[in-house]
Design a protein around this ligand. Structure first.
Ligand SMILES: *Cc1c(COP(=O)(O)O)cnc(C)c1O
Length: 388
């Protein structure tokens, strides 16, 4: 049997939405996107939402709006996608990594506190795999540093909640990704949500070259009006050609979450009696169930990747610790065991197929391969250590 890692659910109804935009004179960011932004405000309960063409460009626009640049530091967890750190480095600032909690793999408030210096401008907590870090607790722990911004990396956490609160409530802003494999997708895209009106007004500029007026306004009929460039900005706006795909995705998000949650619960129930280790659940949280990572002893991880591949099961690795990547290793001279929890998790983790159209039959097959072919490999490993 072949089980893909991911199967998207955009269909011919979505092609019709693109055709509708093609039949209007305006292709880039206009009224379609503005309606989606209003819907996002509604969904997240925030005052403002801005569509962007990726999480990465949204984060660049945010860091530019906050004035982050050379000499500044931004704190990020070791366990995340490289983009979380790269956006800081692109601007000439320094990504300061902190190790994660050994049970949940999330950044901790204590870790953040230990990394703060006089140069710290922001913190980017990551709601890894869909579990929210406690942003309110983080904010309280930063009470003595009111100028440090908290930017939630919510790329995995569209549907997640903690104590009933969604991303964007207690932070400076939260940024989502609508990349092809994310829970809500339009192929490439993202959004920033915030309750901070002054930041929102600056983001309107840093999202589009630092210009003083958006294209939709510049091209209004009537006499040409000059625009000005008032600050440095990114090119981060989402065109209506992609934004038109989002309303259906947003409406379907909670229903798709139910199916992924059911699948993830089934994986958990069936793997509990194996030597495969799973992240612990955060209490009082709704897990967005973006990815389903497992952990095996690092010594056999790559062999297990090969076995899963040979048995037709699509898997990925999310993530090897970012500071262990060649660029960061060479730039900052990180060495083994600087971040023991993150490195160990990154050397042993594998993400299993998890998407709404995964059938019960497909999932049973994945579980059978894990029990019959992967478990014996782990049991025959001299170093069966899957915990740090
Ligand atoms: C996907 C992802 C990003 C980057 O999103 P893009 O929209 O591709 O720029 C950032 N952070 C995390 C945790 C991600 O998974």
């Amino acid at each position: 049997m072949q089980v893909p890692f991911y199967r998207h659910e955009l269909a011919s109804e979505d092609a019709k939405l693109v055709a509708d935009v093609l039949s209007t004179p305006f292709l880039t960011s206009g009224t379609v996107g503005r309606a989606v932004e209003a819907r996002l405000c509604d969904y997240f309960g925030t005052k403002h939402a801005l569509l962007v063409n990726s999480w990465t460009n949204g984060a660049l626009a945010t860091l530019l709006a906050l004035g982050v640049g050379p000499g500044d530091e931004v704190i990020v967890p070791t366990q995340t996608f490289v983009a979380t750190a790269n956006v800081i480095e692109i601007l000439g600032a320094k990504a300061v990594f902190v190790d994660v909690d050994p049970d949940t793999l999330l950044m901790t408030a204590a870790g953040v506190e230990s990394a703060i210096t006089s140069r710290t401008k922001a913190v980017i907590p990551v709601h890894l795999y869909g579990q929210m870090i406690d942003v309110l607790a983080l904010r309280n722990s930063l009470r003595a540093h009111p100028n440090i911004a908290i930017i939630e990396d919510s790329a995995h956490c569209f549907e997640g909640e903690l104590a009933g609160d969604k991303p964007g409530k207690h932070s400076t802003c939260a940024i989502f990704s609508f990349y092809a494999t994310k829970n809500v997708t339009c192929g490439e895209g993202g959004a920033i949500v915030t309750n901070n009106t002054p930041l929102y007004e600056v983001l309107l500029q840093t999202r589009l070259h630092g210009m003083s007026a958006e294209a939709v306004d510049r091209f209004k009929l009537g006499a040409y009006r000059h625009w000005d460039m008032v600050r440095m900005g990114a090119k981060a706006n989402l065109p209506d050609l992609l934004a038109c795909l989002l309303p259906r995705q947003i409406e379907a998000a909670d229903k798709k979450w139910e199916r992924r949650n059911e699948l993830a619960n089934w994986y958990e129930a069936n793997l509990s009696d194996t030597p495969i280790r799973l992240p612990k659940h955060v209490g009082n949280a709704k897990h967005a169930r973006h990815l389903f990572p497992i952990h095996v002893p690092p010594g056999v991880r790559d062999e297990i990747l090969a076995v899963l591949g040979a048995n037709g099961i699509g898997v990925t690795v999310n993530y090897r610790a970012v500071p262990s990547m060649a660029y960061y290793r060479e730039k900052y001279g990180y060495f083994e065991n600087n971040f023991p929890v993150g490195e160990h998790w990154g050397q042993g983790t594998i993400s299993l197929p998890l998407f709404p159209s995964l059938t019960t039959e497909e999932q049973k097959y994945v579980i059978a391969v894990l029990k019959n072919k992967v478990t014996p490999l782990i049991e025959n490993t001299p170093d069966r250590r899957t915990t740090t």
